[in-house]
Design a protein around this ligand. Structure first.
Ligand SMILES: Nc1ncnc2c1ncn2[C@@H]1O[C@H](COP(=O)(O)OP(=O)(O)OP(=O)(O)O)[C@@H](O)[C@H]1O
Ligand code: SF4
Ligand SMILES: [Mg+2]
Length: 439
């Protein structure tokens, strides 16, 4: 039986000493006021909700995969956790210490313990710095060595550790002399030389050739075993995450929508977005026949994310409560109104306007009743959009279609898994309580 509880960040805190990172209700919103984009939005104020109320914790030695399409906020979340960018709201607790508001000087000891490996090793390395200088640089910054010889000894040891041999030769080379895989090994060497406890690996293998990817992943896992490293493993690729992650967090437009043990999520994804991502993985075995299915549409703009459930315009399982709003009806008209009679009757779509939760369709020459009938007939074929309409009113100026208040999915805890979808919320979807399998 699936029983849902509302997920609270603090409910996951068991005062366990093996929790290395705890993130509570973290938000990172970018204000675009003053920019061209900002001016396009109302009163010059546009906000990108890149990370919006994210909570999770990481156990020491764990690999948590953070997965989602491009623009979902993965990098922003990684950077905010490491305090490379300041959070808008929320808390980051690293090694039992609240680091959310520490100043740069106070952060220094923590910086040593938290490292990031980016996707593009080429861009991560200064072309004018030899490998030896680049990898040894953090030792000097953190005053961990007395002199150059000591630094060199440590650098050579780490180069060997990441498989860059002969280390003495590589030490004097420049990034341009190295292959992509070797460069990423240098970046990893530079990250581990400080003996960190947490590494954010941000698409760390995405730019490498297939043949090199597996080797770098193996290296990352080998280092984890040796040093008890913890990884936040960011990837848009669920297939790669399956290879290395204990737990998986699926991110969509700034929010974590499903999180749980990798093996359970791969065996039975619950959130419709996770299901769609998994269906999008090509199946290598031709006998299994399933072909890769493309996820419908694109990730919407994070400046004005869809209301209610942010996934609703793309969700194949969406129903009335999922957050349908006037712009969905406009999109629907755009797709459906092909008949010239109806099109003439409704008039140009850009003459329609949105006021709060209503779409206003202008009425001319007393044709309000006809427009009302046409809208109702179109809505009848629109599935969940129609179910979300609260009222349709006609007056001499417009036909007003008003939607019910959008409802954001709560973070629910269902059998040790977090899932943020109305289908699992007994208060919204009565069928979800007491069902013996996932919806
Ligand atoms: N400095 C910034 N200023 C304004 N908006 C930003 C900034 N950095 C990121 N964003 C926006 O925040 C959202 C999340 O971006 P982010 O790079 O975190 O996504 P991502 O999941 O890492 O994507 P990708 O898979 O392409 O790397 C996007 O809409 C992006 O345009
Ligand atoms: S709440 Fe669930 S069913 Fe509704 S749109 Fe979102 S993911 Fe789909
Ligand atoms: Mg990114």
């Amino acid at each position: 039986m699936l029983t849902a509880h509302v997920w609270r960040a603090s409910s996951t805190v068991k005062a366990m000493s093996d929790t290395i990172l705890r993130v509570e209700h973290l938000k990172k919103h970018y204000q675009l006021s003053g920019t061209i984009l900002g001016r396009l939005f109302s009163r010059g104020r546009a906000v990108v909700e890149a990370v919006d109320d994210v909570s999770f914790e990481l156990k020491r030695g764990e690999v948590l995969g953070l997965v989602g399409e491009s623009g979902c906020g993965k990098t922003t979340l990684g950077r905010t956790i490491l305090r490379l960018t300041d959070p808008t709201e929320g808390t980051v607790i690293f090694d039992g210490e609240d680091i959310t508001h520490l100043r740069e000087k106070e952060l220094r000891p923590y910086r040593r313990k938290m490292q990031i490996v980016f996707q593009d090793p080429h861009a991560s390395l200064n072309p004018a710095m030899t490998v030896g200088k680049a990898v040894g640089h953090p030792l000097h910054i953190h005053d961990l060595v007395e002199n150059e010889e000591e630094a060199k000894e440590e650098v050579l040891r780490v180069l060997r550790e990441v498989g860059l041999e002969p280390a003495e030769e590589i030490y004097d080379r420049y990034p341009a002399d190295l292959s992509g895989g070797q460069k990423q090994r240098v970046v990893i060497a530079r990250a581990i030389i400080l003996r960190p406890s947490l590494i954010v690996a941000d698409e760390a293998v995405a730019m490498l050739d297939m043949s090199v990817r597996a080797k770098i992943l193996e290296l990352l896992m080998e280092l984890k075993g040796k040093y008890g490293l913890t990884y936040l493993f960011i990837t848009h690729d669920l297939a790669t995450a399956k290879f290395v992650c204990h737990r998986i967090a699926i991110m969509y437009l700034g929010r974590i929508v499903e999180m749980g043990l990798g093996k359970e999520i791969y065996a039975e994804p619950w959130h419709p977005y996770t299901k769609a991502l998994l269906r999008a993985i090509p199946v290598p075995d031709p006998s299994k026949r399933r072909t890769k299915e493309v996820l419908r549409g694109e990730v919407p703009d994070a400046i004005a994310p869809p209301q209610g459930c942010r996934f609703h315009p793309r969700c194949p399982e969406a129903f009335a409560a999922c957050g349908w709003e006037p712009r969905d009806l406009l999109d629907y008209f755009e797709r459906q109104v092909t008949e010239s009679d109806i099109s003439r009757l409704l008039g140009p779509l850009d003459a329609m306007s949105i006021s709060g939760s209503s779409l206003l369709i202008p009425v001319k020459g007393g044709n309000g009743e006809r427009i009302d009938r046409a809208v109702r007939s179109l809505l009848n074929q629109s599935g969940p959009i129609s179910d979300a309409v609260q009222d349709i009113d006609v007056d001499q100026n417009s036909v007003r279609v008003t939607f019910r208040e959008p409802l954001e999915p709560r973070d629910l805890e269902v059998q040790n898994r977090l899932v943020a979808c109305h289908l699992f919320d007994p208060q919204v979807h009565p069928g979800s309580e007491g069902s013996s399998s996932s919806p």
